[in-house]
Write a protein that binds this ligand. Sequence first.
Ligand SMILES: [Zn+2]
Ligand SMILES: [Zn+2]
Length: 254
Amino acid sequence: MILAALPELAPYARDAVRLDPERGEPDHGDSSVGGPLLWPADEPWPGCSLPDETGGPDGGPAAPMVPVAQIFRRDVPGPWWPDGTDLLQVLWCPNEHGDPPAHQADAAPVVELRWRRAADVTSRLATPPAPTRYDEDGYLPRACTVTAEHVTDFPHREELPEELRPRLAELVRSTGEEGRDVITRLAGWKLGGWPTWHLNHPTVFECADCGTAMTLLFTAASDAETGVVVGRYGDLRIFTCPTDHRHGFQADLH
Ligand SMILES: [Zn+2]
Ligand SMILES: [Zn+2]
């Protein structure tokens, strides 16, 4: 419908899947936000040993990370899956760090990513370590099941060629209700799509390993259902290299 009205947008259309989280009791075999992860028994659970407000290298042992999301490919198919993988896991350290590594977002939880093949997890870690310390409840996602909704996402008009911008603005006006933009930078927890840039100008992150422009992989949004609050009720986004998933990610808080 959008492309019928403005066919020149076609090169900017990106697949996205909104993960509509709903408080529940997801199982380790389910896609979830804040739910149990399908984790190999012989793989160490990620810990964060960066200094934080409440501890760190001098103040105690590494802080166990907490599950943020687990997504199975069967629930959320899309172009973001590297060959041979069918499970994406996102964890974070529920503490803020004053001076995190450059690929992590400032004043935000420190993120960890895992791509897996679910069938490789033959022996599952039954009891992952609980968080020993955390700054804020907003960094402890409540267990939610997710319902996937496939959408097509478009960028903010500043990321488009000049001549397309007024026409996109008009399309946004004519399709949204009460001034809501239901076309670009779709809000909420999602895989893929475009990031919002309502606080500053659009930024393109370059892969530190190969220089390719990174694309948005995952967005964790602040909302009441998950209890997550990041930034000023903002989004924590994870950008990855489209050419090789083993290249480092870039996290960003907006
Ligand atoms: Zn930490
Ligand atoms: Zn790269």
